[in-house]
Ligand binder design. Structure first.
Ligand code: FAD
Length: 318
């Protein structure tokens, strides 16, 4: 079976969900997965990577501050040493920084934001949304090593491997760029890109003071993140980290709830591949209803408390 190397991200020993899905993507492509991880507490995440389907976990040790170019060089070396036919990274901020560098080291094309595998084997055939999600392209790679990033929430983690082989490999020291500090603006909050449920608010929320209603609905679901349209981010009602759309983040959760959002093409570009879309808008002709699977025509400030109560009641029954 072909070997696929996956860049597996973790924070303080906690595996990132997008990496578990990326391992699942590699398994769905028919590969034996070698997960390569790095950073403080890396070995603590090894079991989680094995549970998601990695047969082997390599921890890059002694790397000092994280350097994307040094880590990319190490990943390319693992690809070469293992004779892998593919390299995958999640399309997270770090994954998108690392993957093109690995592709450059291997002198191959990078396929970004892949959402599915049409076939694999001698050549990889992948699915990727194009034109802001309006079309789905099937792309074929004939390169000796297939390199891609996988969209968060597009794949499920793979079947567990009981006892993954765990080893350490010395990391290259002193890359050209190093990350000296990370300031998390939304510390402790689930990121919109990784949440299973996203509740987003737009200008129809009337003011920043009403976003507590969005947060309460998200909290009622439990595994949800709060998102926002650009209009409310530009107005300073919400942080930019929450912006969904063409100039914000691309999300593909199981459930996307758009509240008081008109459905401009630039917003749809970031959420149209969500599995189920619910729109709440007081205008029955709002464009968002054309894309939505379910729609509620009404005042968001009245609908949200009722919906939150209904979600809590439904959860209490299970
Ligand atoms: C180059 C470019 C890039 C862009 N990138 C992005 C992007 O990444 N993300 C993004 O979102 N936008 C982006 N935009 C902006 C986009 O075009 C829209 O202006 C924006 O999405 C509108 O935000 P909105 O839906 O919150 O506001 P509006 O368009 O003003 O819509 C508000 C909606 O709320 C409804 N409403 C009002 N009151 C209530 C109520 N009480 N209850 C329920 N509903 C109510 C209204 O009927 C309306 O449909 C971009 C634009 C450009 C030009």
């Amino acid at each position: 079976m072909a070997t696929i190397v996956v860049f597996a991200e973790q924070t303080n020993g906690q595996a990132r969900r997008a990496s578990l899905e990326c391992i699942g993507a590699a398994r769905s492509a028919g590969g034996t997965v070698v997960a390569v991880t790095c950073g403080e507490g890396a070995s603590g995440a090894a079991a989680a990577f094995g549970k998601a389907g990695a047969a082997e976990v390599i921890c890059l040790a002694g790397s000092g501050p994280f350097s994307p170019d040094a880590t990319a060089a190490d990943l390319a070396a693992v690809v070469r040493d293992s004779g892998a036919t593919a390299f995958l990274a999640p399309a997270t901020v770090t994954g998108k920084d690392i993957a093109p560098r690995v592709a450059a080291h291997l002198d191959v094309t990078l396929f970004s934001d892949v959402t599915g595998f049409a076939s694999s084997g001698a050549s990889f055939q992948v699915l990727r949304p194009w034109l802001a999600g309006k079309a789905l392209a099937t792309l074929t790679s004939t390169a000796p090593v297939f390199c891609a990033t996988t969209r968060p929430n597009a794949f499920a983690p793979g079947a567990p491997v009981d006892a993954p082989k765990v080893s350490q490999r010395p990391a290259t020291a002193g890359g050209k760029a190093t990350v000296t500090a990370v300031e998390a603006k939304t510390a402790g909050k689930l990121d919109v890109k990784e949440a299973g449920v996203v509740v987003s608010g737009g200008r129809g929320m009337k003011g920043p003071e009403n976003f507590g209603l969005i947060e309460q609905l998200a909290a009622a679901f439990g595994n949800a993140a709060t998102g926002a349209s650009r209009a409310v981010v530009d107005a300073g009602w919400r942080p930019h980290a929450e912006q969904v759309g063409q100039t914000g983040k691309t999300v593909a959760p199981q459930l996307y709830i758009a509240v008081g959002i008109s459905g401009a093409i630039q917003h749809l570009a970031g959420m149209r591949t969500s599995k189920v879309i619910v729109a709440i808008n007081k205008d029955k002709d709002a464009p968002i209803f054309k894309l939505a699977d379910y729609g509620i025509v009404g005042d968001a400030l009245e609908v949200l408390p009722a919906l939150t109560a209904a979600v809590k009641a439904a959860k209490a029954q299970h």
